[in-house]
Design a protein around this ligand. Structure first.
Ligand SMILES: [Zn+2]
Length: 101
């Protein structure tokens, strides 16, 4: 599938929107337990999961699957890639502007 989005933009969507924020916006079940941010796995419906803050990936240990914010939205909302990107772009924090102009 061709994409009209730049790699840099997609990288920001994956890295700069913390998954816990995505869960909150979606009102998707999640909780902090034993120092890990856990979420309901959309496949097995269990909380045997954790978010790795360093990579911003959610992992289900039972399904052995990883989710970035784009994957997660596509799975839980049934969005296609373009819809997921469009939704997430609204959550992206504003980028600091250079003061050249
Ligand atoms: Zn699972």
């Amino acid at each position: 599938m061709s994409s009209r989005y730049s790699d840099d933009f997609l990288r920001r969507l994956r890295n700069e929107i913390p998954l816990p924020n995505v869960f909150r916006v979606l009102e998707w079940p999640h909780k902090k337990r034993e120092g890990y941010f856990r979420f309901l796995c959309p496949f097995c419906q269990e909380f045997n999961t954790a978010v790795n803050p360093a990579t911003n990936l959610g992992r289900c240990f039972r399904c052995e699957r990883n989710f970035n914010p784009i994957d997660f939205l596509m799975h839980v909302r049934g969005y296609d890639f373009v819809a997921a990107v469009s939704y997430l772009s609204a959550l992206l924090p504003p980028r600091p502007r250079s003061r050249t102009s």
